[in-house]
Design a protein around this ligand. Structure first.
Ligand code: GLU
Length: 492
């Protein structure tokens, strides 16, 4: 059997470290066995998926060097590779499940479902669909659907017994069916949910091994059931351990940079990042820590993936990056610096800002040092301001982070308009409002225009700077974070 693996990102946000991590293991597995590696875009969440996010994900994954053999941009024999273009395929398969009784139509209203959930919660039970529409005559259900009545399609899950699933790393796992919900397979808008689409696509695309994040283990019974009901062989599944913060919580952008754009723009080499991500779940047989992707592929053995929660250690990543930088020849080093930021295209946005403020060409260096490099560390005193208390600065920084997280477009004008709108609802004059942001971003009293600088730095670096400014102001306790969040929500 030929080996085929895939990575299946949802284009609902910035390209994430976790996507590169999962892609890396799928890539190494496929390459080691001379198989194929497929990229599939899982854009069935219509409200959250965007074309811009898809482009950004493809671009970031290309930067890592994990090239895919088939995908929406390169084509292939198993396309289309974008789930929104495969709706007919899912419809047909949902019909098949309805026909055999493996799925059923459900006409329950949101009010009824909320009611059921509340009652189950009050009784301390696992919340689960109560099977209300399960016994409806299928012809009657089909008639109602034909008349246009809103409904979803659900998976018919056994009420009792235990589901046994096999994880390549953990062995057999038993999950009682009572813990598995009668999952919605097709939403009322006709779009499939992840669960239907992933099973249908992995099968039709000939995926032989699924390596994905461990957050999907609890979905195994639903997937197992779907494979059985379709009469298909289930690919071997391996659930990779989640990346964690130093306190072992799930790595999240609230705490640490998780966007690939941050690592790219800060000057990490893709091979160093991949080397580091490889060590998050795996080790070389000789325990060597610094290695190339080719060396990893040669030695890759899925059995050596450990399921403990790997902690993402930023200091170690820096060390690793240094190791890879020192492996480059002087020529390669110069090329990399050029690709990173010192090239015409990357510098172009800075030219109009810098040129007008330059007396001697060498002034350029001090003007852009905080844009190309880190900004200096800050302390409480940096936020001294005539009209703003430290608490006001914190509120501004916190709310700006929240506001910016919602922005899809990261252009100068959008940044300006959306932060101006925030200043207005917070009832703070724009001059005062931008003072703490200015310090947080540039670390200086005088610098290039704020919104241009933010646009140049990109989402990941701006977020990291605003967060570190909050730390300089004493940090935000859990309680304070809750209060700030409530305050932010009440503004709009
Ligand atoms: N679209 C899912 C995600 O973004 C893919 C999960 C899978 O690999 O099955 O995590």
């Amino acid at each position: 059997m030929s080996v085929r693996t895939r990575v299946a990102p949802s284009p609902t946000g910035d390209p994430h470290l976790g996507t590169a991590y999962v892609a890396l293991f799928n890539f190494a597995f496929a390459r080691q066995r001379e198989g194929q590696f497929v990229l599939r875009i899982e854009d069935t969440d219509r409200a959250r998926s965007t074309a811009m996010a898809e482009t950004a994900i493809l671009d970031a994954l290309r930067w890592t060097g994990l090239d895919w053999d088939e995908g929406p941009d390169v084509g292939g024999a198993h396309g289309p590779y974008r789930q929104s273009e495969r709706l007919d395929v899912y419809r047909e398969h949902a019909e098949q499940l309805l026909g055999s009784g493996a799925a059923f139509r459900c006409f329950c209203t949101k009010e009824r479902l909320d009611d059921v959930r509340r009652q189950q919660q009050a009784r301390g039970e696992t919340t689960r669909y109560d099977g209300h529409c399960l016994d409806m005559d299928p012809d009657e259900a089909a008639d109602r659907a034909d008349r246009g009545e809103a409904h979803v399609v659900r998976l018919n899950v056994p009420g009792t017994g235990v589901c046994r699933v096999e994880d390549g790393l953990r062995g057999e796992i038993e999950i009682p069916w009572a813990q598995t919900d009668m999952q919605v397979l097709v939403k009322s808008d006709g779009f499939p949910t992840y669960h239907l689409a992933v099973v249908v696509d992995d099968h039709l695309m000939g995926i032989s091994h699924v390596l994905r994040g461990e957050e999907w283990i609890s979905s195994m019974p639903k997937h197992r059931l779907l494979y059985d009901r379709f009469g298909w062989q289930m690919p071997v599944h391996y659930h990779l351990p989640l990346l964690r913060n130093p306190d072992h919580s799930k790595l999240s952008k609230r705490r640490n940079p998780t966007g690939l754009d941050y690592y790219r723009s800060t000057g990490y080499l893709p091979e160093a990042l991949l080397n580091y991500l490889a060590l998050m779940g795996w080790s070389m047989p000789d325990e060597r820590e610094v290695f190339s992707l080719t060396e990893m592929i040669e030695a890759f053995d899925i059995e050596r993936v450990s399921t403990g929660g790997p902690v993402f250690d930023f200091a170690k990543l820096d060390w690793m990056n240094g190791q890879h930088i020192r492996r480059l020849s002087p020529d390669e080093f110069m090329d990399r610096v050029g690709v990173w930021a010192l090239n015409r295209e990357a510098l172009a946005p800075l030219v109009p800002l810098v040129q007008q403020r330059t007396e001697r060409l060498s002034d350029l260096v001090s003007q852009v040092d905080y844009l190309l490099g880190d900004r200096r560390p800050l302390s409480m005193e940096d936020f001294n301001h005539k009209r703003l208390e430290p608490a006001d600065c914190k509120r501004i920084l916190d709310h700006a982070i929240r506001r910016l997280d919602d922005l899809q477009d990261w252009s100068r004008d959008t940044l300006h308009d959306s932060l101006r709108a925030l200043a207005e609802v917070m009832d703070i004059g724009m001059r005062d409002f931008i003072a703490p942001l200015f310090i947080a971003v540039s670390g200086r009293a005088v610098s290039l225009p704020l919104f241009d600088a933010m646009s140049y730095l990109g989402r990941g670096r701006v977020r990291a700077r605003l967060r570190s400014a909050l730390e300089a102001l004493g940090g935000v306790s859990k309680k304070e974070a809750k209060r700030l969040e409530r305050g932010y929500r009440e503004l709009w």
